[in-house]
Every structure is written in structure tokens, then in C-alpha cells.
Design a protein around this ligand. Structure first.
Ligand code: AMP
Ligand code: ZN
Length: 162
């Protein structure tokens, strides 16, 4: 069965992973052959998650944000309710609900998010220090289900956090 689906460049790796089909990253419309009902179910669930995700909408630009940095893997923007003079959110273009949902193909991407946080901190002159935080799950206070790294700096930060 052939399934035609439109996906942005950030989703092609997932499509490859789930459909076992090579996908060219510079095409806007891609074809993948589904191999099982599981992969079709994933495609539907993934699409619904992206359509309902605040940060996916910010990445695609349908919800405004203050851009701090972007590249082919991630987008960084100012937090709407900053908890420090510098409060930036770094999010992968690929929709991953939380750190707990990261897969075995994600370590390089997770490392890239941290590298990006360090680069932004350097660019913003946070030479006295800064904090990177990933809240995972309700008990940790995660309120947006798209993994994100908080970069906080520009003031002394208490420890331990609440
Ligand atoms: P967390 O509570 O760890 O899931 O972090 C979510 C963060 O997203 C919070 O710090 C919010 O202030 C921030 N946030 C929510 N909506 C927006 C938005 N539209 N633009 C920028 N930041 C947002
Ligand atoms: Zn998302």
C-alpha cells in the first residue's frame, strides 16, 4: 500500500524510521510505503500530536514567537513568561513529547539541543553561569508536551529548585 504524506524536513527521519523507506530531506511531498497497521497508526497519531502542539505551531510560524536561534534541527525562542532576564526555550523541529519519549535514534539530537543552549548562552554573554532545565512529566511541571530545554540566566539562581 502506498501512502502519500506531506511532511516538513524535520519529520523525514521519523518517516524513515517508521516506514523503513529512504526519504529525501529536500522534498516537500514524500512517499512512503507503510509496512504494517502499526506504522499507519503511528502516522495518524503523530499527525494529530503535531496538529495539536503549541511548539510545533511556533516552529512552523502559525503562532508568533521571538526568535533567538534556528538551524535545521532546532528552533529557539524567548519564553512568554520569563523566569530570569534570559529565558530561552530550545526545541527540536521534530515533535518528541518529552525526554521520556526520546528513542534510541535521538541521542545526537538531544546533544544538539544542549550544544545550542551553550551557544546561545555564550552569544548572550552569560559568562557568570546559567542553568539548563528539561521538565519531564506532570510532577516536574512540564506544561507543553514537546520536549524543550529551558536556558535561564542573567541572575543568581537558587538551588535546589522547588
Ligand atoms: P514547561 O512548563 O517546562 O513545559 O515549559 C513550558 C514553557 O513554555 C513555560 O515556561 C511557558 O512560559 C512557555 N510558553 C507557553 N506558551 C508560550 C508561547 N506561546 N511562547 C513562548 N513560550 C511559551
Ligand atoms: Zn510538537
Amino acid at each position: 500500500m502506498q501512502v502519500r504524506f506531506k511532511c516538513s524536513a524535520n519529520h523525514h527521519r521519523l518517516a524513515e524510521y517508521f516506514f523503513s523507506t529512504k526519504v529525501a530531506p529536500d522534498e516537500s511531498t514524500r512517499e512512503g510505503s507503510t509496512s504494517s497497521p502499526d506504522s499507519r497508526a503511528f502516522m495518524v497519531l503523530y499527525t494529530v500530536a503535531v496538529m495539536n502542539c503549541l511548539f510545533c505551531k511556533i516552529i512552523e510560524g502559525s503562532i508568533p514567537s521571538i526568535e533567538v536561534y534556528q538551524d535545521d534541527q532546532c528552533y529557539a525562542f524567548g519564553d512568554i513568561d520569563p523566569k530570569a532576564p534570559v529565558h530561552v526555550l530550545i526545541v527540536p523541529r521534530e515533535h518528541i513529547a518529552s525526554l521520556a519519549d526520546a528513542g534510541e535514534h535521538h541521542p545526537a539530537l538531544l546533544g544538539h539541543l544542549l550544544w545550542t543552549a551553550a551557544k546561545i548562552a555564550r552569544d548572550k554573554g552569560l559568562s557568570k553561569g546559567y542553568r539548563t532545565v528539561i521538565n519531564t512529566g506532570r510532577d516536574a511541571g512540564q506544561s507543553v508536551d514537546h520536549i524543550h530545554v529551558h536556558l535561564l540566566g542573567g541572575r543568581r539562581l537558587a538551588w535546589p529548585p522547588g
